[in-house]
Write a protein that binds this ligand. Structure first.
Ligand SMILES: Nc1nc2c(ncn2[C@@H]2O[C@H](COP(=O)(O)OP(=O)(O)O)[C@@H](O)[C@H]2O)c(=O)[nH]1
Ligand SMILES: [Mg+2]
Length: 296
């Protein structure tokens, strides 16, 4: 029996959360084509007959410009310390860049055990891929280098097999039914945030957040009231849309997803509120469950 913790690190937007969802065959982490999508440390536990792998998805590291950025970076760095193994993911269709190097330099310092994952090979031809693998392999003494496509499910099984090779023998740490550290409230607010990211423009991810206000559940129905916090009045207009149409669509799309996730009826009530500079607001960051790191 193999058992261990595996950290997934990499720049924002390389496909870390997509990869984790694909491994678990259940969507616990939201994804989007905008960087800044993942906001917390997401634990996803994979089980099979002879292994348990606790995967940890991280927000991704980038240059901090607000308190929230720093908290998220710290969380990601912290994650690099604990795991038995690190999966360092690069978007190889973009090549190996400065942002990737910045993260690898951090890993290098500690002589970590690292498997390099080259994601999005569906966007690249073979010759170019081989050339890029050749270049990037010189950057560190990686245990393995594995090309994949997380969204097209290419090489996912192969990666699981490879990870097992490097994990210690041990027992399961978590019950087999345990899937994620994310609370129901977190799953709900994150799914709402995902729909906003999907339906609106580029700058939105940094400037909005969703906070659970009320929550009620019985056997058949789950009811939640969510505040969507924006930092500018004009964003509020965008998210509400003409005659409230945008907000309606966000709510419908999130509801449909959540009903299939929880396997019961879901009722969502969404409100949009403006709060200037919320990304520097300690108490709000605390509401997002990120406070511990502010004290460090
Ligand atoms: N073409 C392609 N797109 C991908 C692949 N994996 C992820 N993506 C897309 O890349 C974007 C960022 O993915 P996400 O998982 O949110 O990245 P994260 O920030 O690293 O967690 C999303 O739009 C994904 O659908 C892949 O293998 N191929
Ligand atoms: Mg992510």
């Amino acid at each position: 029996m193999k058992s261990g913790m595996v950290g997934i690190v990499g720049r924002p937007n390389v496909g870390k959360s997509t990869f984790l969802n694909e491994i678990l065959k259940k969507k616990i982490a939201i994804t989007s084509d905008k960087s800044g999508t993942t906001r917390n440390i997401i634990l996803g536990v994979y089980n099979d007959d002879d292994s348990q792998i606790a995967f940890v998805d991280t927000p991704g590291i980038r240059k901090p410009s607000t308190k929230l950025d720093s908290v998220l970076n710290n969380k990601s760095y912290m994650m690099m310390d604990t795991p038995d193994l690190i999966l360092f993911m690069v978007d190889i269709s973009k090549g190996y860049g400065k942002g990737d190097k910045f993260i690898l330099d951090n890993i290098k310092d500690d002589n970590k055990k690292v498997i390099l994952l080259l994601n999005k090979i569906d966007k690249l031809n073979k010759e170019e891929l081989i050339k890029r693998i050749d270049e990037i392999s010189k950057e560190y003494d990686f245990l393995e280098i594995i090309p994949l496509s997380a969204s097209k499910n290419i090489n996912i099984k192969e990666i699981i097999k490879t990870i097992k090779k490097y994990l210690p023998d041990g027992e399961r740490w978590y019950d087999e039914g345990y899937l994620t550290n994310q609370s129901k409230g977190m799953i709900i607010t994150e799914r709402v945030r995902e729909k906003i990211l999907w339906l609106t423009n580029k700058e939105v991810p940094y400037t909005i957040t969703c906070v659970l206000d009320e929550f009620e559940e019985n056997e058949k129905l789950l009811k939640a009231k969510i505040n969507i916090i924006v930092d500018r009045e004009n964003l509020k207009k965008i998210i509400i849309g003409k005659k409230g149409n945008m907000l309606k669509e966000i709510g419908t799309k999130a509801r449909i997803d959540l009903e299939s996730y929880f396997n019961k009826k879901v009722y969502l009530e969404l409100h949009v509120k403006t709060m200037k500079n919320w990304r520097d607001n300690d108490s709000l960051i605390k509401d997002l469950g990120l406070k511990e790191d502010l004290d460090e």
